[in-house]
Ligand binder design. Structure first.
Ligand SMILES: *[C@@H]1O[C@H](CO)[C@@H](O)[C@H](O)[C@H]1NC(C)=O
Ligand SMILES: *[C@@H]1O[C@H](CO)[C@@H](O)[C@H](O)[C@H]1NC(C)=O
Ligand SMILES: *[C@@H]1O[C@H](CO)[C@@H](O)[C@H](O)[C@H]1NC(C)=O
Ligand SMILES: *[C@@H]1O[C@H](CO)[C@@H](O)[C@H](O)[C@H]1NC(C)=O
Ligand SMILES: *[C@@H]1O[C@H](CO)[C@@H](O)[C@H](O)[C@H]1NC(C)=O
Ligand SMILES: CC(=O)N[C@H]1CO[C@H](CO)[C@@H](O)[C@@H]1O
Length: 450
């Protein structure tokens, strides 16, 4: 419904001047922090995309979606699972309490059918429910379709048929949501860009907490995080896994756009812009400063393939500043629009939360910090590529996430346990985030003035 094609000439002009000011910055560590290993990926199109296509003509509006759950489609899902493994709080607690969070959705035209899909940079499969899908509960018991909370279903069948030989998708998100169904090939259009014969899933069985708008999900992650398996059965043995080209990879390899996309999400998590092949226009963006960081390959989750292929969009910030304090310990952070909060190493999360006035307290049931709803937050910035990205104080306290027992409000800075750490929406609202896959860089443009 809301695809807007915006003429970006004005931004293009602004950007010509900005190119020279890109801060080259190799934020590579001599030794990885304990528990992490990573290496630098090779750019797959060295020197290609960023300069050539600064402003994108291929712009799509994102729509904020209030879900019964949030953060669960992607990295935060991993986070939940991770924290469960290390014996902290259970993920059930996390997901039941993110009740008022926001997800982003974008409209796609899937074999001619208009479909809203959740946007997720932390996973790679793209799927929609087929018209005859089965909704189940956590125990696999049948529920009415409406209980899964999807919008109108996707197409009845794949325009180009099933994969040969037969494959199915099986994905379990960290909060337990499960989606499975056959894989096939369809045309998927985003704005005026059509990805032809994309491998996708029409889910036929889901355990899902929907928002009554979206009918599936678009994964913008790397091929290594795809979840297709040979056969039609329930056999999801890793040996049967077949990596495939996800939507953005296909869009690039079909020559539709240069290998870069960018996201600007707006304050209050209500809307945003996704730009294919260039830079999203964003109110308040200061194009005189562009931080460029290496996109690194990390082994952040126990998925062996992530150690040697691109997986999550991960960077290493220079450090954090809060009030008069600086912390320059280096850790990898995943940049993820599917996560509402920022997840930091525990001592740093604790220190920053103590600096709220009054101090925020950790409520273990939520895995998050809470303070008085009209508390004064500290000034907080995350330094990326030598540039401070100040988190707007209005993003630091969630006035609609109130603990009913104490009446306190959730802060945007949460403890990420032993990792992975995440720069979520509370950060992304203060930047235009450029996923420069072609040059293996993440670029960030501050938006301090809106
Ligand atoms: C989409 O439309 C915009 C604006 O009309 C145009 O500049 C751009 O090249 C188009 N993109 C494609 C892939 O056709
Ligand atoms: C949260 O998790 C803890 C530890 O697993 C458990 O004891 C508690 O009952 C859970 N609370 C809720 C509301 O599920
Ligand atoms: C729809 O799915 C049910 C099982 O969930 C199956 O019995 C039925 O045959 C399917 N109908 C069509 C038209 O595929
Ligand atoms: C879902 O699709 C798979 C093929 O991927 C098939 O084996 C299975 O029987 C289907 N389940 C339902 C309930 O239709
Ligand atoms: C979706 O619709 C169902 C039934 O109309 C309702 O019970 C549920 O609360 C809605 N969910 C959301 C997230 O609005
Ligand atoms: C509901 C809510 O949090 N609204 C806030 C949205 O952001 C503006 C600042 O840009 C705040 O003033 C509102 O309070």
């Amino acid at each position: 419904m809301k695809i807007a094609l915006v003429n970006l000439l004005a931004y293009g002009a602004a950007l010509v001047g900005a190119v020279a000011l890109i801060h080259p910055h190799r934020n590579v560590l001599e030794a990885p922090p304990p528990g992490f290993s990573y290496k630098l990926p090779k750019a797959f199109h060295p020197g290609s995309a960023f300069r050539a296509s600064q402003a994108s003509d291929n712009v799509q509006r994102l729509r904020g979606v209030r879900g019964t759950k949030t953060n669960v489609k992607s990295v935060a899902a991993v986070l939940g699972a991770h924290q469960r493994q290390v014996g902290g709080f259970g993920y059930e607690n996390i997901t039941t309490t993110t009740a008022y969070g926001t997800q982003y959705a974008t409209e796609a035209v899937w074999d001619g059918i208009h479909t809203w899909l959740l946007l997720d940079t932390g996973s790679s499969d793209t799927w929609a429910v087929g018209s005859n899908f089965t909704c189940v509960d956590y125990a696999g018991e049948f529920l009415p379709q409406g209980a899964c909370g999807f919008g109108p279903p996707g197409p009845e069948k794949f325009a180009y048929g099933y994969t040969q030989p037969e494959q199915h998708m099986f994905i379990q998100y960290g909060d337990g949501e499960i989606v499975s169904g056959p894989m096939g090939f369809s045309d998927i259009a985003f704005g005026n860009i059509t990805v032809r014969q994309q491998e996708v899933c029409l889910a036929n069985t889901t355990f899902w907490y929907g928002n009554n708008l979206t009918s599936g999900l678009m994964g913008l992650g790397f091929p290594s995080l795809t979840n297709a398996y040979l056969g039609s059965s329930d056999d999801h043995d890793p040996d049967n896994q077949i990596e495939y080209s996800p939507v953005f990879t296909s869009m690039v390899s079909q020559g539709q756009v240069p290998p870069v996309f960018s996201i600007a999400i707006d304050r209050n998590s209500s809307s945003g812009i996704l730009a294919w092949g260039g830079i999203a226009p964003a109110v308040g963006a200061d194009f005189s400063q562009i931080a460029s960081l290496d996109l690194i390959i990390t082994n952040l989750i126990e998925l062996p393939v992530t150690a040697y292929e691109y997986s999550f969009y991960t960077v290493i910030p220079d450090g954090w500043l809060f009030d008069q304090n600086t912390n320059t310990k280096k850790y990898p952070y995943i940049v993820d629009s599917g996560t509402t909060l920022c997840y930091l190493p525990p001592p740093l999360a604790e220190a920053i939360n103590l600096a709220f006035q009054p101090s925020a307290v950790y409520l273990w049931m939520y895995g998050a910090y809470f303070t008085s709803c009209n508390a004064v937050p500290p000034t907080i910035s995350v330094k990326l590529g030598g540039i401070d990205f100040w988190l707007n104080p209005v993003d630091l306290i969630y006035r609609n996430m109130v603990d009913p027992l104490t009446g306190l409000c959730m802060t945007a800075i949460a403890s990420g346990g032993s990792g992975p750490y995440i720069l979520g929406d509370a950060f992304m609202q203060n930047a235009v985030v450029v996923f420069d896959v072609g040059e293996a860089k993440m670029r960030f443009i501050p938006r301090p003035f809106y």
